[in-house]
Design a protein around this ligand. Sequence first.
Ligand code: PEP
Length: 252
Amino acid sequence: MTNKLKYFVGNWKMFGDFGSFKIINKINQYISRNKKSKNIKIVLCVPNTLIHFFREKLKTRNILFGAQNCQHYHGYGPFTGSISTLMLKKVGANFVILGHSENRSEGETNKLIKKKIKSALSQKLNIIFCVGETLKQKRANKTFSVIRSQLKGSLENKMNLKKIIFAYEPVWSIGTNKIPKAKELQKIIRFIKKDFRQIFKINKLPLVLYGGSVNSKNISLLASIDEIDGFLIGSASQSSKKFIDIIKNYYK
Ligand code: PEP
């Protein structure tokens, strides 16, 4: 069993209302009693409408909150319907997910993601930067080249790269109950760490999470891959039981 810090990040997607605080409450109670809690970092990326409410209502900092996307412009401006990183920071977000495939599939490019990353960094937000290939790209053996182009296309040397945590999320795995084979996954996680270090000439390896259909059953297999620094959990994070069971089984 590992003693390294592990991230359990929830991506609530388009889900939740004020009553959903009961989910947060149960996770908080669980983590307050957990002996391993100093090795566990819980971040819940909830809808923007709930960040301030949850943060104020939760009396502890056992759980940090994040957003799921942002506008690329950092301040206030004529962007109808958009939320900037300044606004996210003001409501208490510490993290923002960027480059999620559900947004890439709506036309978000590496270039636009780069602008969003710069904006998030200007507000000192931590970034969970999603990378990963589609099924078509996987079948064409393009996984590594796709990831490399996502890294090169959205990051720059002069950025504060320490604020970036990667989430390897193969698109074909999101919401499908399919996960990569352990050997394959380990190879890709290692690749992201080493390629990032090589491209941006930094000493420290970055943190890389895995995301895509993580549940309380497959977490035991995923736990065997020590290089994975945590998990980005989508639909299972909308239930306190499922989310807590993932953490419990990880440490079993
Ligand atoms: C996600 O949307 O980031 C995700 C990992 O979803 P799921 O866990 O539902 O596959």
